[in-house]
Design a protein. Structure first.
Length: 275
């Protein structure tokens, strides 16, 4: 869609060249949502592609995913065999309500910053203990867990002019035994519930609930809980008004599926832990 209110497009190549943020500005990375509907409140786009951030960087301790990394680039990452949680990457990429054409343009950072309940990059990075690096509008940077970055349906902690630079995933999280469950109301529809569980280094269960809730919910257990403990914890930690509602599912159904999928994950990981 043409954005006919745009009067300027900035092309910074370094952080120092980023223009002073003003009302009517928007960051441009993949632009798959930005160009999907009218944006009459915008007057200038700040194109991030000329910053040329490396899409993916692996160090001895973490996997760094730049905000401008595309879904296709992430999906194509060759993971070593010890990253036994790496199938989550491909599973979450395929949880997008998008074609392979969109994969080549849509970015990881864009999906996280849209902060939709069904954002699969939010699901992936929060389940793998991802940490956001935010370039602050006034200078400097701060870090925050992805699970805390999203605070509601299309709401996050970014202040005007703040910029998500990257998400860092500890390699230890990629070495955990994991389980993935996702359901949609219709075939290949938007996720109505997406849950990821993993066995921590000390034998506990880490469970991340997304899509069914307005923001990510992380639950931690000292060991693999029994069915009753898991169910009661979910009922206590997730109030009914935290479940999301839209045409892709009612809160009551999403709650039911959350409990069901969580139990499936518990059973699968209990078997893996005892094997």
């Amino acid at each position: 869609m043409d954005l006919n209110t745009i009067t300027a497009v900035a092309h910074p190549t370094t952080r120092d060249q980023l223009p002073v943020w003003t009302a009517g500005d928007a960051w441009l990375a993949g632009g798959t949502w930005l160009f999907s509907e009218p944006q009459v409140h915008l007057a200038r786009l700040i194109d991030l592609t000329d910053l040329k951030w490396p899409a993916l960087t692996v160090t001895e301790t973490e996997l760094s995913i730049s905000a401008t990394c595309t879904v296709a680039q992430l999906d194509a990452l060759a993971c070593p065999p010890e990253w036994i949680a790496s199938p989550l990457i491909n599973q979450c990429c395929r949880a997008f309500l998008a074609s392979f054409k969109i994969w080549k343009t849509a970015t990881v950072g864009g999906n996280i910053c849209m902060s939709l309940p069904a954002g699969p990059m939010i699901s992936l990075s929060s389940a793998l203990d991802g940490v956001c690096t935010i370039w602050q509008a006034g200078g400097g940077e701060r870090k925050i867990a992805v699970a805390d970055f999203v605070i509601g349906d299309q709401r996050n902690v970014l202040a005007p002019g703040d910029l998500l630079r990257q998400v860092d995933i500890p390699l230890a999280a990629l070495r955990r035994r994991s389980a993935f469950r996702q359901i949609s109301l219709t075939p290949v529809g938007r996720s109505a519930a997406l849950l990821i569980g993993s066995v921590t280094s000390d034998g506990g269960l880490a469970l991340t609930i997304t899509a069914s809730t307005k923001r990510p919910v992380r639950l931690s257990f000292a060991g693999i809980p029994n069915s009753k403990e898991l169910r009661e914890t979910i009922l206590q930690r997730i109030a009914d008004d935290l479940y999301h509602t839209d045409v892709h599912g009612t809160p009551v159904w999403r709650k039911h599926m959350t409990l069901r999928l969580a139990e499936e994950i518990r059973v699968e990981l209990r078997g893996a832990a005892s094997a």
